[in-house]
Design a protein around this ligand. Structure first.
Ligand code: ADP
Ligand code: ZN
Length: 723
């Protein structure tokens, strides 16, 4: 038998099929170890065949099969090939998407435990001094099979001695790590509302593959998803349930555990390498049938998929920012088609592109306009910060917000304040000479972190010690510009001395259960106010929160990005949804310097359709996505000269496509990237806007060819982040 193998080396030279001789019982999808040049390398068996076009005596033999069960199923193999050709990356790279990284690096093993049993009918003799051995035998006689670790601890050193004498027999068994021991399983049985039933019914009976559930905050989308999953389970089918990483909240985890127990495998970054490895194998072997996780869970090793659900489908985390820069939606769509199942997208604020396709009938559109608890959505009060400044209020809190905060605390309720900037101040500048503290590897200013009294680069993470004086002029007067979450907490504490305040941002949520701890403390009312970045905007359900303050609603409006309006609308709607989830009516104070702005006006009125119409007519007029496709080719490298050289090569190639097909381009230009350097790499870009994507494969080809050892050339389609 001949195996067609892709070796796990991600270069263009090795990116082709190599034939190997293998045993007749070889299975497609197996990970194997095979001789490659002077070394053994890992590879994947893509296909099997009877004979090779190469002479047999030249073929080498596969050395070893690495796993008992082939790591990849046929669907995953074909999908990996498809993605490799779509994004012009080596197949090794796309195959890796389907495996837990721990498996490739070989750092994690199955967790095993040794057990001892007495050997039957053996005559035993012990010297009097061997008290531990005698007690251990006695223990085994009474209790049967016992964990060796326990025996050694209770009867020190006895296992080895007994094993040597042949009195006990050792068995090694695999144990699965259980990542959720600390999460209580809380189950609430619910009868679906008519709206929910209708949604479930539509998903199951409508012919279209993609089903968009567009439902207001609190309309009970989660319950719909869980019902669909449970139904698949009943029919012996598996499911994939994707959520933004940040939404895997304690509430969500315990609900899932209660509902599906061992059938659910939850994959997220909070798991240890070993836990992820075990969860993955449980899916692969069919022990678990539901894969729940962030973006990468779309590559779960499942077969016979009955439904794929993407919650908060508009979330930017569904786009990969490293090669291959796949869109989770596209991958999910391919898998849904392959399995003949539905792809369910859910959102309160669908992305403009998705909603457009749903309105035009390509996707099924399921609207849920009622909240389960029938409560009106929270009232949004607009605080005009220009007026505040004119009145002499220079604090980050408007008088309206301050008043509402006081009321909220008096009544024993909780509040959430939202600011999308972490750290203490955004910049540190010298008042004398204007020096700005910047990262030495990135072209960005440093953020002051008061907790640790240091400066941090938010792009590469480097820490610098705080300045005592200006390094340029020696001046001692430093100014802190731009307010971050740390400074807000400080000023809030001054304004409301008795309030108990918690902070949640990237700095406070590190560690395995970082989010969990803060959210739990807040849920248990151990604090009155939670201050945080956009990570608090999603999916958390705190019944006693009656007030939400949005400190700087304009911030994300001013990014030079066609999606900034869309993103602002989504963020405001989500943040507002945190208020008034239970009995009491919620309020939102939205602070802005630009109260007449269209996006804000629609957000305040909870008018998604209005926003959508306004936004689409604007994008149609200016020919921005979804009426065109933005393509950015990013060229980055440590050596500026070599990077510019590569840029030139790419540009020449792309320019040819452009001059040959001018009618397919709306825009074409090369320039420096907005941030000129990140992590010590120079950055240049060629920016294009296409009205016809038929030239896309050629663009990918040019870029794949221009890549060198020192310079990375990547293609981004409708990039979410244009820095
Ligand atoms: P969404 O995700 O659409 O914002 P959720 O799924 O969080 O809404 O549901 C909102 C609230 O309603 C949750 O507290 C949930 O427990 C509750 N809920 C959902 N469905 C039902 C139901 N059928 N009966 C009673 N309560 C429900
Ligand atoms: Zn940096």
């Amino acid at each position: 038998m001949i195996a067609e193998v892709i070796v796990d080396i991600a270069t263009s030279e090795t990116d082709r099929i190599f034939d190997y001789i293998c045993d007749d019982d070889m299975l497609v999808g197996s990970r194997v170890s095979a001789p490659f040049g002077p070394k053994l390398v890992t590879g994947f068996v893509m296909r099997l065949k009877e004979s090779s076009t190469y002479p047999t005596e030249k073929l080498k033999r596969i050395a070893k099969v690495l796993d008992d069960v082939p790591a990849l199923n046929t669907e995953c193999l074909r999908l990996a090939e498809k993605l490799a050709s779509r994004y012009r990356v080596p197949k090794a790279l796309t195959l890796r998407l389907f495996l837990p990284t721990e498996m490739r690096t070989g750092k994690v093993r199955e967790l095993t435990r040794r057990y001892a049993v007495l050997v039957e009918g053996k005559e035993m003799k012990f010297p009097k001094s061997a008290k531990n051995q005698i007690s251990a035998v006695e223990y085994l006689r009474q209790n049967g099979k016992t964990d060796c670790a326990y025996l050694n601890q209770a009867f020190s050193g006895s296992v080895k001695a007994l094993e040597k004498k042949g009195y006990i027999q050792i068995t090694v068994e695999q144990v699965k790590r259980n990542p959720y021991q600390s999460v209580p399983a809380e189950s609430v049985e619910r009868t679906l509302t008519d709206d929910q039933l209708r949604a479930v019914n539509t998903v199951q009976t409508d012919d279209r593959t993609v089903q968009l559930i567009y439902g207001v905050t609190g309309s009970g989308k989660t319950e719909i998803y869980l019902t669909l999953i449970a139904d698949c389970l009943k029919r012996g089918k598996s499911s994939i349930f994707l959520v933004p990483e940040i939404s895997l909240t304690p509430q969500m985890l315990s609900q899932l555990r209660a509902r599906f127990g061992k059938n659910a495998a939850i994959l997220h970054s909070g798991l240890s390498a070993g836990e992820r490895f075990d969860e993955w194998w449980r899916l692969r072997t069919g022990e678990a049938k539901i894969a729940i996780g962030a973006r990468s869970a779309i590559f779960a090793p499942l077969e016979n998929i009955g439904v794929i659900i993407v919650d908060e489908e508009h979330d930017s985390s569904y786009f990969s920012e490293t090669a291959p820069r796949y869109s989770t939606f596209d991958v999910a769509h391919v898998r849904a088609k392959y399995n003949g199942c539905k792809l369910v997208l859910g959102s309160v604020t669908p992305s403009v592109e998705t909603y457009k396709r749903a309105r035009e009938g390509e996707f099924s559109l399921i609207r849920l306009q009622k909240r389960i608890n029938k409560k009106p959505l929270p009232e949004i009060i607009v605080a005009d910060m220009r007026r505040e400044v004119r009145r002499g209020n220079n604090s980050p809190f408007s008088s309206a917000l301050k008043e509402e905060l006081e009321k909220c605390l008096e009544t024993g309720n909780q509040a959430i304040l939202f600011l999308n900037r972490r750290g203490y101040s955004q910049t540190v500048t010298c008042k004398e000479c204007g020096y700005v503290a910047k990262c030495k590897d990135c072209d960005v200013s440093l953020t002051y972190h008061r907790d640790e009294d240091c400066l941090k680069c938010h792009y590469c993470g480097t820490r610098y010690s705080m300045l005592s004086a200006c390094p340029d002029c020696g001046g001692k007067k430093l100014a802190y510009g731009g307010t971050g979450t740390q400074r807000i907490v400080e000023q809030l504490q001054k304004a409301l001395p008795s309030a108990r305040i918690l902070r949640m941002d990237n700095d406070t949520t590190s560690g395995k259960e970082g989010h969990y701890k803060i959210l739990k403390a807040f849920a248990e009312h151990k604090a009155d106010i939670l201050v945080g970045t956009q990570m608090i905007a999603k999916g958390h359900d705190f019944p006693s929160v009656t007030l939400v303050g949005i400190l700087d609603a304009d911030m994300s409006l001013h990014f030079a990005d066609y999606r900034s309006g869309e993103r602002t609308f989504q963020l405001l709607t989500q943040v507002a949804g945190r208020s008034g989830r239970a009995e009491e009516k919620g309020k939102v104070v939205l602070q802005t310097y630009d109260p007449e702005n269209d996006v804000l006006r629609f957000a305040i009125a909870y008018d998604y359709e209005g926003f959508f119409d306004n936004e689409t007519s604007m994008r149609a007029a200016t020919a921005f996505p979804p009426y065109s496709k933005i393509v950015r080719v990013l060229v980055t490298g440590e050596d500026d000269k070599k990077t510019i050289e590569a840029l030139r090569t790419v540009y020449v190639g792309l320019e040819k496509i452009y001059t040959d097909n001018p009618e397919k381009f709306l825009f074409f230009n090369k320039m420096r990237a907005p941030i000129k350097r990140i992590q010590n790499k120079y950055r240049y870009q060629v920016l294009m806007r296409l009205c016809d994507v038929s030239v896309l494969p050629e663009i990918y080809d040019i870029c794949a060819d221009a890549k060198t050892r020192d310079v990375l050339v990547s293609v981004e389609e409708n990039p979410t982040n244009l820095t």
